[in-house]
Design a protein around this ligand. Structure first.
Ligand SMILES: [Zn+2]
Length: 267
């Protein structure tokens, strides 16, 4: 289980929220007015970016304090139009302290191409994130989308929204931001591997070992940690569209002819 996070004072959390908004823009994980970030101030209050603010230019004055029902408590302007999605995550996951939503281009391109990122490919990603599911298309800013995200957040800290973006949950803004960077980096590496001839999954037994190690060492969603000792840890259901770790996928990212786990373990 994760250790209880000691919250920083509001002034520090405001600085961090601005800093990670700037980083999202500088790292090209969003453009213009895209995306939104939030962090818990107290058990009942959340600090979030306001609607219509450029994340690369924002300041501490562009943040709004809301309660968990979405009522504005302090701050100028309206909270982000995707606030419902953030609040649904906080209600669903008391262990989560920060939520970052951005539009990482390579990862979003995978969803547009109908390709899943929910595969066990990079050991350190399996260790820390498990697999990254893509949620079916839902209109931005709606209660439907918020419900879908909250349901998936029970088992995942990093999610992709079809044709839209990513939602990353963390024990701090830095933790959520790192997951966002990892997700886009995974997509870039998988794209490069596709260009070079194909993406090959880790063998199933290694995926299982890595995921179990990761859940026990670093934690994760409590519902995923509870499955750490189950066969395949929390992986099979998490893989979703994928046909299973260590086996060729049926979604267009299929391994080339002649693929086998034995061949991979030698590679
Ligand atoms: Zn968005």
């Amino acid at each position: 289980m994760r250790a209880m996070t000691r919250r920083a004072p509001e002034t520090r959390l405001r600085q961090q929220l601005v800093q990670f908004g700037h980083l999202c823009y500088e790292r090209r994980l969003l453009v213009g007015l895209d995306g939104n970030l939030s962090v818990r101030l107290t058990d009942a209050l959340v600090l979030a970016t306001r609607a219509g603010v450029h994340k690369g230019l924002m300041t501490a004055d562009d943040l709004v304090v809301v309660d968990l029902a979405g009522h504005r408590v302090r701050g100028q302007g309206q909270p982000t139009s995707e606030l419902a999605m953030h609040l649904a995550c906080y209600r669903e996951r008391p262990d989560v302290e920060a939520v970052v939503h951005a539009h990482p281009p390579t990862a979003v391109a995978f969803t547009i191409a109908g390709l899943t990122l929910a595969r066990c490919v990079l050991p350190e990603v399996v260790l820390t994130l498990g697999t990254v599911p893509t949620l079916p298309y839902s209109t931005t800013g709606t209660a439907d989308l918020a419900e879908q995200v909250a349901a998936a957040a029970r088992r995942h800290d990093a999610l992709l929204l079809d044709r839209h973006g990513a939602v990353c949950l963390g024990t701090s803004l830095e933790d959520a931001f790192c997951k966002l960077e990892t997700l886009e980096h995974l997509a870039m590496i998988m794209k490069a591997a596709r260009d070079l001839g194909g993406v090959q999954d880790l063998p199933a037994d290694e995926s299982e070992r890595l995921r179990r190690m990761g859940l026990l060492r670093y934690g994760g969603p409590p519902a995923a940690v509870a499955l750490a000792h189950a066969p395949m840890a929390d992986l099979p259901e998490a893989c979703g569209a994928c046909s299973g770790c260590g086996r060729p996928s049926a979604d267009g990212l299929a391994a080339p002819a002649g693929f086998s786990v034995a061949r991979l373990t030698r590679a």
